[in-house]
Design a protein around this ligand. Structure first.
Ligand code: ZN
Length: 116
């Protein structure tokens, strides 16, 4: 059963409520590219994959609270439904650096956005 949307999470930086008009997800793609370069080549075992260094995390915040280094921004209105979140996941999957970020966990934070 689908859980109903209970509003956007509070800001990761200031902890205050965020609404769709000023909420953004952001990440530092340069940090992510560095993490990709550090990763070993070839097929990795499960244990090796688990031991990989963590790349940058997506930040959910007010636009004004975000970091200047996080030059990739996704405004809340661009992923305010499951369909849009899916589109963004496909779009990000074309970037070589996206796998070094925690997009999977980030998308799960917004599982309960409206489905239509
Ligand atoms: Zn904030």
């Amino acid at each position: 059963m689908e859980e109903s949307f209970k509003g956007w999470p509070p800001c990761d930086i200031c902890g205050k409520p965020v609404d769709k008009e000023n909420g953004v997800l952001s990440v530092n793609p340069n940090e992510a590219e560095q993490a990709v370069l550090r990763a070993p080549r070839g097929v990795l075992s499960f244990e090796e994959m688990r031991a990989l260094p963590e790349g940058p995390k997506w930040l959910w915040s007010h636009a004004r609270c975000g970091s200047d280094a996080n030059v990739v921004w996704i405004e809340a209105e661009r992923f305010d439904s499951l369909g849009k979140m899916f589109d963004h996941t496909l779009h990000l999957s074309e970037k070589n650096w996206y796998q070094a970020t925690n997009w999977r966990e980030t998308a799960k934070r917004f599982y309960n956005v409206p489905s239509a």
